[in-house]
Design a protein around this ligand. Structure first.
Ligand code: GLY
Length: 401
């Protein structure tokens, strides 16, 4: 092929629709990816049923690691596998996925009445929240209400926030923090906002708004990146420390943390129409998408300041969360973020990130990172990477209709 025809071909490819060509429409793309996801999750579900456990990742010996380690089986990722089953049900309408979601969410139902973690919001919104959205089952609503009431017990009105990690036990108890709030905690607000809609009681959304406002005041730097942990004095509400736990350094930008903030403030805008939340969500999105360390496939390294970029692990989970959040933010910004979300999804759907059927211990996505400073879950599949990938695919299919 001559140089001129090569250039013409390239120009035609670009003009034909960026990352999706004309015959591979968004809906076709989603259908194709879901068919792969369903084949892989058929196998993962077989594993989960065989061991009667909720899958989380792969351990250092190559075995499936189940979401049941601390606090009598409590694990912050418990909602994601049943949540993925709900997305499979939504997409395929196959009752098999509804039954799977119900069975596996029932395993963590009793945690609804224990205020042991801020992750109650994550866990119950992804599982029972999706279940209620799709079935309107009143029992699910009651479970969500109980979980929300337990979560509210961690709200301190002096600080104006929900406490994240516990300080008397658990994996971060030795840091000397008194009231740690992590940017991830923004993800627990969706359950609270939704409960105010479902019950008509404003106490849930009042706490969520206070938390979002205090976090807006204290978690963000001038460049719109966020700290991972802000530690407060629980008696005065004053900030004691701005630290990291899972990032490279206190002043670095942990990739998944930026994704949690983006997703969390987009949800806050959905429920409140408060322009400050839209502004910060767009600013975070722009920080991520314009970052000098983000590769052209838009799958970030695990920290935007990781010292050996480009020889650092990528984090597909951060990319999946970002793609899903961008698709919602796109609806509030006249189409500003859809192309970037599609670029991420196309990258995740490629052989570089989507495992072959039967491999990767039957998780869909490869190459995520749990916590490098803790030498934990490095370059592995994670149930939450799969969950947000499926959510983003569902959102993409709806955005075209
Ligand atoms: N919320 C825990 C994490 O993102 O690793």
């Amino acid at each position: 092929m001559t140089k001129i025809s090569c250039t013409l071909l390239l120009a035609l490819l670009i003009l034909s629709g960026g990352c999706f060509n004309t015959i591979d429409s968004e809906k076709d793309f989603v259908t194709k990816q879901f068919s792969k996801v369903e084949s892989q999750y058929d196998l993962l579900l077989d594993d989960a049923i065989k061991y009667d456990k909720n899958p989380r990742t792969i351990d250092e010996n190559g075995h499936t690691h189940w979401a049941t380690r601390d606090n009598g089986g409590f694990d912050w990722t418990l909602g994601f596998f049943p949540g993925s089953c709900w997305y499979l049900y939504e997409q395929t309408k196959s009752v098999k996925w509804k039954e799977a979601a119900e069975y596996f969410q029932n395993m963590h139902k009793d945690f609804k009445s224990k205020n042991i973690s801020h992750d109650l919001g994550f866990i119950f919104a992804c599982s029972y929240g999706n279940g209620y959205r799709l079935t309107k089952n009143e029992e699910y609503k009651q479970v969500m209400i109980e979980a929300g009431n337990s979560l509210l017990q961690r709200f301190n009105p002096t600080v104006g926030c929900i406490q994240s990690w516990n300080i008397t036990g658990g994996w971060q108890a030795r840091r000397g923090w008194r009231f740690p709030v992590i940017i991830d905690n923004m993800m627990n607000l969706e359950l609270l906002f939704e409960l105010s809609v479902l019950t008509g009681d404003s106490k849930y959304k009042d706490a969520a708004i206070a938390h979002a406002n205090v976090t807006l005041d204290n978690h963000f730097r001038l460049d719109n990146s966020s700290y991972h942990v802000v530690d407060y004095n629980p008696e005065t509400g004053k900030v004691r420390h701005k630290h990291t736990a899972q990032g490279y350094a206190h002043e670095s930008s942990w990739a998944r943390g930026q994704a949690w903030g983006l997703y969390g403030y987009t949800v806050c805008y959905r429920y409140t129409n408060d322009e400050r939340y839209l502004k910060i969500a767009c600013s975070i999105a722009d920080y991520i998408l314009n970052n000098k360390s983000i590769p052209s496939d838009l799958i970030p390294y695990w920290d935007y300041h990781a010292p050996k970029i480009p020889n650092e692990p990528r984090d597909a989970s951060a990319a999946a969360i970002t793609a899903s959040a961008l698709l919602e933010l796109d609806l509030f910004t006249n189409g500003r973020y859809k192309d970037s979300a599609k670029t991420i999804l196309k990258s995740l759907a490629s052989d570089a990130y989507t495992a072959k059927i039967g491999e990767n211990n039957h998780f869909v996505l490869m190459h995520s990172v749990g916590s490098i400073p803790h030498n934990n879950e490095i370059d592995v599949p994670l149930n939450y990477a799969d969950y947000y990938y499926l959510e983003a695919l569902v959102r993409l299919s709806k955005s075209e209709i």
